[in-house]
Design a protein around this ligand. Structure first.
Ligand code: F6P
Length: 571
């Protein structure tokens, strides 16, 4: 792709962000901060832990343990203004076609807008359609949960299996885990995504087809993995119950009615969404159907309310008190000025175990780009590698590197004041598990920021030979996000927080955060290789010969790997 024409209404940068005076000011400022340690910043300003904070509807962000001063925030905000972030936010919220390479509006914010909101795409208010689908989803969820919806033989649905991948899997799977405590535990939920047959096999081998409902979730309804798994599931059901059972055991979530009906699912059992919902931004659309089946329509609406609260905050709060903007600017500060290549997200909540994996798609599929919206090579590094697992487990695995390694790893710590369950270490008393968890939560960011100097270690009488090994340099930046309790509302806030953080960074880098052309080449090549692997391996010598003769369309490595695979399968 050479150059992309800006679509009407899309706000364009005048020049590369790195060529602006605001960028130059940040470079100079960064150099001035070179010798500054968080120890000094906290010593100089005893109120720093209170002033470098911001809040949105009960979600508290402490960003004081970052390598910044008040001047840094000013300069970063000036950069955001130079990038016309405010206009870009408005462009998104008002349905402009800001996904320029696909010519689409980007309106996940409409999915959680109140029923009386007006958000137009091409002069049509999309909000009534959003609420109509929500009503249909709710009615369906109520039927399944109450036992009115039954399988083909009249049995209750005991297991729901969501089949989808990427945004059609990660969101509902993550949110199901996160909100397990709010779910109907009499129904089991499973999430199948991988085309590796073990995924669908493990998800179904111990189930009764007569009690199983499949939710086939795919925006396009053409995705190889999802279609393969859905066909396998359909055969599993029809082998047991006959072809007439399909309408009782399959519903679909998609934008593609033709493909859904072609698959054999009645459009009456299809829940719709729209091309202006990106896959990785779709958990709050009908893609959340499995989640709604688990937690019920009311909790699902609380989740949407949390999303919406963060949308309003993002759209209206001043940038220097705006949680997504601050997280986005701080991320850019480390990525572009300190060269940090990764960003860790560390939830101190077991229920949020899949949140980092969810954020990987959200962030890396959005901002893993190396050309700007005009098709020019970007002038500065873009999206980081996002990773993480729940605390405290990570502390006993990779935290060593974050504390003492040579890489700078900025990290977000996410924790809650109240646990979902009051669990204690002894019967009728003992220590509160949540106190143990949160003591670690607070200790880690303190240790990362302030470390332990060689002088302190030596003063403790440590063997001088061990002093370098036991010294903690500190000055390792973290954000602390603290909420009251993990609820559907809080989860909605957290997801929207990161959605808008990613948006903020995309605007500053002037990249299109809403396409994903980088996933296409592998898909295309796989389509070419499928027949080469699946030709009858007992007499498929034609392919082997073609490979020998160098007639397969691959490089020598791929050719020889394919030949090796085929030969081993034949043996
Ligand atoms: O391959 C990447 C991707 O297109 C994601 O962006 C998307 O979430 C996923 O595949 C699944 O796509 P679909 O919902 O169309 O099956």
């Amino acid at each position: 792709m050479s150059s992309i024409e800006p679509s009407p209404g899309a706000v364009q940068h005048d020049s590369l962000i790195t060529g602006t005076p605001e960028w130059a000011a940040l470079e100079k400022h960064h150099a001035e901060l070179a010798g500054v340690h968080l120890r000094g910043l906290f010593d100089d300003d005893p109120r720093r832990g209170e002033t470098f904070t911001a809040a949105a509807d009960g979600l508290h962000l402490d960003f004081s343990k970052n390598r910044i001063t008040a001047r840094t925030v000013e300069l970063l905000v000036a950069l955001a203004e130079r990038a016309r972030l405010r206009e870009q936010i408005e462009a998104m919220f008002t349905g402009q076609r800001i996904n320029t390479t696909e010519g689409r509006a980007v309106l996940h914010v409409a999915l959680r807008a109140p029923a009386d909101a007006v958000i137009e795409v091409d002069g049509v208010n999309v909000v009534p359609a959003v609420h109509a689908v929500l009503q249909r989803m709710s009615a369906f969820a109520d039927k399944v949960r109450s036992g009115v919806w039954r399988g083909a033989t009249g049995k209750h649905i005991r297991t729901v299996v969501n089949i989808g991948i990427g945004g059609s899997d990660l969101g509902p799977a993550m949110a199901y885990d996160a909100l397990l405590d709010y779910s109907d535990r009499s129904i089991r939920f499973r999430f199948v995504s991988n085309v590796d047959g073990t995924d669908i096999w493990e998800a179904t081998h111990d189930l009764d087809p007569a009690e199983t409902l499949f939710v086939v979730s795919s925006k396009t309804f053409t995705t190889l993995e999802t279609l393969a798994n859905a066909r396998t599931a359909r055969a599993w059901v029809t082998d047991a119950l006959g072809p007439d059972a399909v309408p009782f055991h399959f519903v679909a979530v998609s934008t593609n009615t033709a493909e859904v009906t072609g698959f054999g699912i009645d459009s009456a059992n299809m829940f719709e969404f729209w091309d202006w919902v990106g896959g990785r931004y779709s958990v709050d659309s009908a893609i959340g159907l499995s989640l709604m089946l688990a937690i019920g329509p009311e909790h699902f609406r609380d989740l949407l309310a949390g999303f919406h609260a963060m949308d309003v905050h993002f759209r209206t709060a001043p940038f220097d008190r705006n949680l997504p903007v601050l997280l986005g600017l701080l991320g850019l500060w480390y990525r572009d000025f300190f060269g940090a290549q990764t960003h860790a997200v560390l939830p101190y909540s077991h229920y949020l175990g899949r949140f980092p994996a969810y954020l990987q798609q959200l962030d890396m599929e959005s901002n893993g780009k190396s050309v700007d919206r005009s098709g020019r090579p970007v002038s500065t590094p873009t999206g980081p590698v996002v990773w993480g697992t729940p605390g405290t487990n990570g502390q006993h695995a990779y935290f060593q590197l974050i504390h003492q390694g040579t890489a700078l790893v900025p990290a977000d710590f996410i924790g809650f004041v109240h646990p979902n369950h009051d669990v204690r270490t002894g019967r009728g008393g003992g220590t509160d598990h949540h106190v143990l968890l949160m003591a670690n939560f607070f200790a880690q960011t303190e240790a990362l920021a302030f470390g332990r100097s060689a002088e302190q270690v030596a003063a403790e009488g440590v063997d001088p030979a061990l002093v370098p090994h036991r010294t903690f340099p500190g000055n390792r930046p973290t954000n602390t996000i603290l909420a009251d309790r993990l609820t559907p509302f809080t989860l909605g806030q957290l997801i929207a927080l990161y959605e808008h953080k990613v948006f903020t960074q995309g605007v500053l880098w002037d990249i299109n955060s809403f396409d994903q052309w980088g996933v296409e080449l592998g898909k295309l090549l796989a389509q070419r290789i499928i027949p080469e692997l699946s030709a009858d391996t007992t007499d498929g010598d034609d392919l082997a010969e073609a490979a020998d003769a160098g007639r397969l369309a691959h490089d020598s490595s791929t050719n020889s790997l394919i030949r090796r695979f085929r030969e081993a399968r034949r043996a």
